[in-house]
Structure formats: C-alpha cells, structure tokens
Design a protein around this ligand. Structure first.
Ligand code: COA
Length: 166
C-alpha cells in the first residue's frame, strides 16, 4: 500500500520524524509530501525543507520526499496513493484534522485518511513553537534533528527578532 504524509514541514521536527518512522513500518511505500498551505508563509523555502527531510530519510528505503502544488488529493491520485497519513498530537488538533479529512474524503472518496500519534514527549512540539524559540535564541535541540538545528542557527544568525512567517 502507498501512503502520503503531507505537511508544511517548516521545519520538520522530531515529532514529524516519529510519525514518518511509524508510517514507514505500516506502508510499503511512503511519500513525505511537502505542500503549500495557502494560509502560511514559510520561513524555509521549499527546497530547504526538501533537503532537510531528504537528509533524514536517506536510510529509509521505502520513503521518498516530494514537493507538490495544488490540491493534496489531486496529487495523491496522480501518484496512486491510497492513504493520507496525518499526525494527531493533542485534542486541539482534532477539529482541523477532522475538517481536512472530511473535505479530502468528499473530494476523493477512494482515499482514506489515517491518524498516527507521535510519542507523548513530542506531543507539544510544533514547527511554529520551534521557529519562535529558535528566533529568540532558545534551545530547540531536543525538538528537532541536528540537520534542522544547523539550518535554524544559520537562519537566525545575528538576529534576535521574530520570523515574519505565520
Ligand atoms: N510533530 C510536530 N508537529 C506536528 C506534528 C508532529 N507529529 N503533526 C502536526 N504538527 C504541527 C506542525 O508542526 C504544524 O504546526 P504549526 O502550524 O505550528 O507550524 C501543524 O501541526 C500543522 O501543520 P502541517 O502538518 O504542516 O499541516 P498544515 O495544516 O500546514 O497542512 C498541507 C499542510 C500541505 C497538508 C495542507 O495545507 C494541504 O493539503 N495543502 C494542499 C491544498 C489542499 O489540498 N487543501 C485542502 C485541504 S482540506
């Protein structure tokens, strides 16, 4: 079975990675799909996010990272994906995820959405918390892989202000 784990991944965190590892054991092929959320202005460019994910999945033989534009379900159909994987961390994720899953099901009834929960110590991490703390030179080493830490340090070098992204 082929699945896609879509997200903005701005940047990828240990919580995302945890979901990727779990999903890679459940599906024969897993695409990590970096897409565009029209309500977000990412800190990292698409290729920067792609490279970070690529370096983390390089030793996972059934996982590939892709970038997609437009509707997720259109891309999923094009790639013959049968399952959309999303992470559910806390109760407050539920409403948005439920809405997204039902919208995607209406658009593409043949594609199922499944939810995976990351380890509880990752349940409070989000990319925006990581960006905010890193922007103020806080320590995010426990929340992101080393490759992301390096890229965050580069982004915020000599800067002590908030990123402009939402
Ligand atoms: N670990 C850490 N953080 C996690 C997480 C996990 N396991 N699971 C979710 N999150 C966080 C993310 O860090 C992100 O946090 P932030 O908003 O504070 O930065 C948040 O949960 C959700 O972001 P993400 O998972 O990246 O998804 P998204 O809501 O930005 O959606 C797409 C991204 C690409 C999947 C979505 O916009 C999409 O499908 N776009 C294509 C257009 C489309 O088809 N739209 C119709 C959708 S109904």
């Amino acid at each position: 079975m082929k699945a896609i784990y879509p997200g903005t991944f701005d940047p990828i965190t240990n919580g995302h990675l945890d979901v990727i590892v779990r999903a890679s054991k459940m599906f024969e092929n897993l695409l990590v799909g970096i897409g565009k959320n029209p309500r977000k202005t990412p800190l990292f460019g698409m290729m920067e996010r792609f490279d970070m994910v690529q370096s983390l999945i390089k030793d996972m033989p059934n996982v590939v990272v892709v970038c997609f534009e437009g509707l997720l379900v259109n891309y999923a159909r094009k790639m013959q994906v049968e399952v959309i994987v999303r992470g559910l961390r806390v109760y407050s994720d539920f409403e948005t995820e439920f809405q997204m899953a039902l919208a995607n099901r209406t658009l593409a009834p043949e594609i199922e959405t499944v939810f995976l929960t990351p380890r509880h110590e990752h349940s409070y991490i989000s990319s925006s918390v990581v960006r905010e703390v890193a922007a103020f030179k806080g320590n995010v080493a426990n929340w992101v892989p080393d490759v992301v830490l390096i890229e965050l340090n580069k982004k915020f070098q000599n800067k002590g202000e908030m990123p402009e992204s939402g």
